[in-house]
Ligand binder design. Structure first.
Ligand code: MN
Length: 209
């Protein structure tokens, strides 16, 4: 991830706003990145402005050790800092779509071992993403023991606060799909499978402790 310290800036998308068409349209990406992520960046900076000691920490350090944050700003950092981390991670997990888009290498073997097959993984992933109630995320994470897990998080909670290594993610907040798909979250999830960057997930899997 790019710059990870105060003052935080809006990291540009690693592709054009319309690069994920037709799976995620340009208008959705503009609003999601340029407006919603920007708002999280600004609000995180505003919270940290009064806490010089926290300005020395990376965002990852803050989110990995939320119990050590000052109680008065802990939830704000979980919300706004999580919003920054989760969105940057999400946007970096996508790339221009492929009709046939399958995981590769050792991550593919781990998915096959954990879920039986990629087809079964897709079915469980979609069910889990559909079952996120309200606003949240579904993550593919690596556990301490090396195994894979599908982990739901609510609001802007981040899996790094729970000790997991995230490999890839889908944002299922309504704002991630409503402009294009209205209330049809399932269609958006189907589209996500075409734009998820499995090479990036594989890279994270290989680098994970
Ligand atoms: Mn979002």
């Amino acid at each position: 991830m790019a710059k990870n310290e105060y003052p935080f800036t809006l990291i540009p998308l690693p592709y054009d706003d319309d690069a994920l068409e037709p799976y995620i349209n340009e208008e959705t990406m503009e609003v999601h990145h340029d407006r919603l992520l920007k708002a999280y960046v600004d609000r995180l900076n505003a919270v940290l402005a009064a806490y010089p000691q926290l300005q020395e920490l990376t965002l990852t350090q803050m989110l990995e050790n939320t119990a050590q944050l000052p109680p008065g700003v802990r939830q704000a950092i979980i919300n706004f800092g999580g919003g920054v981390f989760n969105h940057n991670f999400f946007f970096e997990s996508l790339r221009p779509g492929l009709y046939e888009n399958n995981p590769i290498g050792s991550l593919r073997r781990a998915i096959d071992a954990e879920f039986g097959s990629y087809e079964m993984f897709r079915r469980v992933f979609k069910e889990e993403a559909m079952s996120v109630f309200g606003s949240g995320w579904l993550w593919l994470v690596r556990k301490d023991d090396g195994g894979l897990l599908l982990k739901r998080t609510a609001n802007q909670d981040s899996p790094i606060s729970l000790g997991y290594t995230p490999l890839t993610v889908i944002d299922v907040w309504e704002h991630a799909y409503f402009l294009q798909y209205l209330n049809l979250r399932g269609d958006y999830i189907d589209s996500w499978f075409h734009v998820v960057d499995w090479a990036k997930a594989e890279e994270r899997y290989l680098m994970s402790p």
